[in-house]
Design a binder for this molecule. Structure first.
Ligand code: 4HQ
Length: 256
């Protein structure tokens, strides 16, 4: 997969992608990230990329032309990565919330172009003409789209075939089946902070699988009931969740 990022901070974006799974995916040739700076496409003597907001008031807005030229350069590069024109994504709090389901779809695309805004954002006419999809990370305000782009690259990068050393681990992530992840433990099994649940030391793989599923269901019920409402649970899952609820309620009664 190839991702082109249009940003006033190309070094920051490149630096973000160096470590861990995503850095390795790039080294393995599974992911190619290139940054494009709209300032390199500015045409005036000051290399301006922003201007005052029309209508007055505080803040600056990113101008159409340097961004359009940078996008055009990005699209023109490495055309072999796509038959169709690359999908262009802009990040802002006005966008659709990014979910793991969308990440999984985007990860399959051969190519993406990510547009990062700074200041008050980008001239609306450029967004209308050049952007296919507007995404938000959440209901808070960042100082620029770069961290949002880095989040998306991280989330799609780790899903590239061969990026994770253990292919099964992606299947067991939080959200991969719409539920939160179960708790994890490692050695030592005896520690002053407590023990490890006995079932995880039993070697009974069916019992371990059931325990993990039950914990996932229970935690989703406790922490993210909104997610649980969207899940179609099978008979076993409903039974496990009912067990979790009863144990949880019994434990709460003990505390009072
Ligand atoms: N911004 N999710 C404003 C965000 C944001 C978010 C990015 C702030 C773009 C111009 N991006 N700039 N939340 O807060 O994606």
């Amino acid at each position: 997969m190839r991702i082109d990022v249009v940003t006033l901070f190309p070094d920051f974006v490149r630096e973000c992608m160096k470590s861990g799974v995503v850095g390795r995916a790039q080294q393995r040739g599974l992911l190619q990230v290139q940054a494009w700076n709209p300032r390199d496409y500015a045409t005036d003597a000051y290399r301006s990329v922003d201007d005052r907001t029309c209508g007055g008031g505080p803040g600056m807005v990113m101008m159409i032309d340097p961004l359009r030229a940078a996008l055009q350069a990005a699209r023109g590069a490495a055309r072999e990565h796509a038959v169709k024109p690359a999908r262009t994504i802009y990040f802002s709090p006005q966008g659709v919330r990014l979910t793991q389901a969308r990440v999984e779809q985007l990860a399959k695309m051969p190519r993406l172009i990510l547009l990062c805004g700074r200041y008050e954002g980008v001239d609306e006419r450029l967004l209308e003409a050049e952007v296919d999809e507007e995404l938000s990370l959440g209901d808070y305000v960042l100082s620029g789209g770069e961290l949002a782009a880095a989040v998306l690259i991280d989330a799609v990068g780790r899903l590239q075939e061969g990026a994770l050393n253990d292919a099964l681990s992606a299947q067991q992530d939080s959200f991969s089946d719409g539920l939160l992840d179960c708790p994890h433990y490692t050695r030592p099994v005896a520690h002053e902070l407590g023990g490890v649940p006995a079932v995880l030391q039993s070697g009974d793989h069916a019992a371990i699988r059931r325990w993990r599923r039950k914990q996932s269901l229970g935690r989703t019920w406790l922490r993210r009931p909104d997610l649980l409402a969207r899940c179609a649970l099978d008979d076993e899952s409903r039974k496990l969740l009912e067990e979790f609820r009863q144990e949880f309620e019994a434990a709460s009664r003990q505390k009072d």
